[in-house]
Design a protein. Sequence first.
Length: 149
Amino acid sequence: MSSLVVLIYRIAYALHRMRIPIIPNFINVVFVRIMFGCQIGLGAKLGNGVNLGYGGLGVVIHKRVVVGNNVSIGSNVTIGGTSKIYGVPVIGDDSIISSGAKIIGDINIGSNVVVGANAVVLESLPDRCVAVGVPARIVKSNVNITDYR
């Protein structure tokens, strides 16, 4: 189901990039938002192998977010900006963003990072770490991401 949501989004995104009016928004709203219950803003760049848990249920991704390859995103995750700052998160490759996590602001999440369930990430995270809590703090460094998959 997750791959279907991402495929439909990719079609809408491709049409959006070709500057075709109305159709991309229609596809995104009807299929991605209404049918699957997630909001992925047209313009968000999703890498190859992005996996949305439970078909993306409750996931909100800002239209300027960049998500790397092979990133796993749990349900009810928000990845976006703030009203006061233009920048939005950039997520590195092979990361895991657990259910309920919020990644907010002009920050970078490194590659091979694990963001714990319900964590609120307000600052950039380096590669190969585990961050948990509100606000999120690093509890482990130099992790092997395969231990968490």
